[in-house]
Design a protein around this ligand. Structure first.
Ligand code: SF4
Ligand code: SF4
Ligand code: SF4
Length: 344
């Protein structure tokens, strides 16, 4: 049926009410935010004093991938094939069944190792065990947790609901969903915590023949990284292997690399428990440039600001109730003495 002028006016009034309502709602929301800005910003959490981690020194890595195979064995993960013969475990990236991978940087003639312009270099990719992990912050059911003593970021498949918020939240692209599994869980490095009770530690560090991957307390690993950066490139020094400061001496003499003067993970993202050294620019070998503040601290501060004391939801609810009441009033506002027209 075509609309009458009365219908048009009624529509116009509804639109005005709706717009007013929107303005009112937005105003109430802004007011709520303004009031609630007294909520304190959350600081980035620090590593626990006894945090455990790894130091990966790319200048010592020979790309043998013994650590990739050991990681598969230690976590009972199946092989993944990227070649048509399907003879060897050849994952191209981390996945729900590959928690550690060695990637290769290539440039120009690839003549020299650790040469940025005409060379090649290696880089390990696995969980960084962040001091303030966004995967833990994003997980709605605490399937991702951070141990208060070791700082290891662990995953509980029993608690996981498969929402994959952790996958999206991680700045390093580490948690991966097992798309091929009927129960669909997340796969990621847990620093081999299941091996500790048998006196073992991270399998990748245990098997590394050169000490490129070294296991230990993060504070000790950070001191070791700083020691290396202070040495003259090309001079001779002692490199530990396996476990730092707390295991059989497997050290050996080697030449000092031409390091970038930066310990990756010392400050990135609030600090990580896995630290890295490289002769090639970190961004070129695939490590993202990250600010010193964790995104978990930023996002939780915003959430707490918006929802502090439940001001925001109450303000929005109040504004919506007001709009609804205004609309109901309009229909009932017909004066009592005005006759109600009946349709014939
Ligand atoms: S085992 Fe050690 S040397 Fe071999 S690829 Fe892994 S980190 Fe590099
Ligand atoms: S690297 Fe990613 S998965 Fe690992 S702790 Fe940090 S945010 Fe979590
Ligand atoms: S610590 Fe264990 S799970 Fe993590 S990368 Fe090394 S071998 Fe794999």
């Amino acid at each position: 049926m075509p609309k009458t002028m009365i219908d048009e006016r009624s529509d116009e009034r509804s639109r005005r009410h709706f717009l007013k309502g929107c303005v009112g709602t937005a105003g109430a929301a802004v007011a709520a935010v303004a009031v609630s800005t007294t909520v304190e910003a959350r600081d980035t959490y620090q590593r626990p004093p006894e945090a455990l981690g790894l130091l990966y020194d790319a200048t010592l890595c020979i790309g043998c991938k013994a650590c990739v195979a050991a990681c598969k064995r230690a976590n009972d993960n199946p092989p993944e094939f990227s070649t048509s013969d399907r003879l060897w475990d050849t994952p191209l990236d981390t996945s729900g069944h590959t928690f550690n991978i060695i990637k290769m940087y290539r440039s120009g003639t690839m003549a020299t190792k650790d040469d940025e312009s005409n060379g090649y270099a290696f880089m390990k990719t696995s969980c960084m065990h962040c001091a303030d992990p966004s995967c833990v912050s994003a997980c709605p059911v605490t399937a991702m947790t951070k141990d208060p003593t070791t700082g290891i970021v662990a995953y509980d498949p029993e608690a996981c609901v498969g929402c994959r918020y952790c996958v999206v939240a991680c700045p390093f692209g580490i948690p991966k969903y097992q798309y091929d599994s009927p129960t669909g869980k997340i796969g990621k490095c847990e620093l081999c915590r299941h091996r500790y009770r048998d006196g073992h530690y991270s399998a990748c560090a245990e098997v590394c023949p050169t000490g490129a991957t070294l296991y230990g307390r993060t504070s000790d690993l950070l001191n070791e990284a700083r020691r290396r950066l202070a040495l003259e490139p090309g001079s001779v020094t002692t490199y530990p292997r396996g476990k730092l400061n707390d295991g059989p001496d497997q050290s050996y003499e080697g030449l000092v690399g031409n390091y970038q003067q930066h310990v990756y993970g010392e400050t990135e993202y609030g600090g990580t428990q896995v630290l890295k050294l490289s002769a090639v620019d970190f961004e070129k070998v695939g490590m993202p440039r990250l600010p010193p503040r964790s995104s978990a601290a930023t996002s939780e501060t915003i959430q707490h600001t918006l929802y502090g004391g439940l001001l925001m939801p109450f303000a929005v609810l109040g504004a919506m109730t007001y709009v609804a009441r205004r609309n109901v009033h309009h229909e009932d506002d017909t004066p009592a003495d005005e006759p109600v027209k009946e349709e014939s």
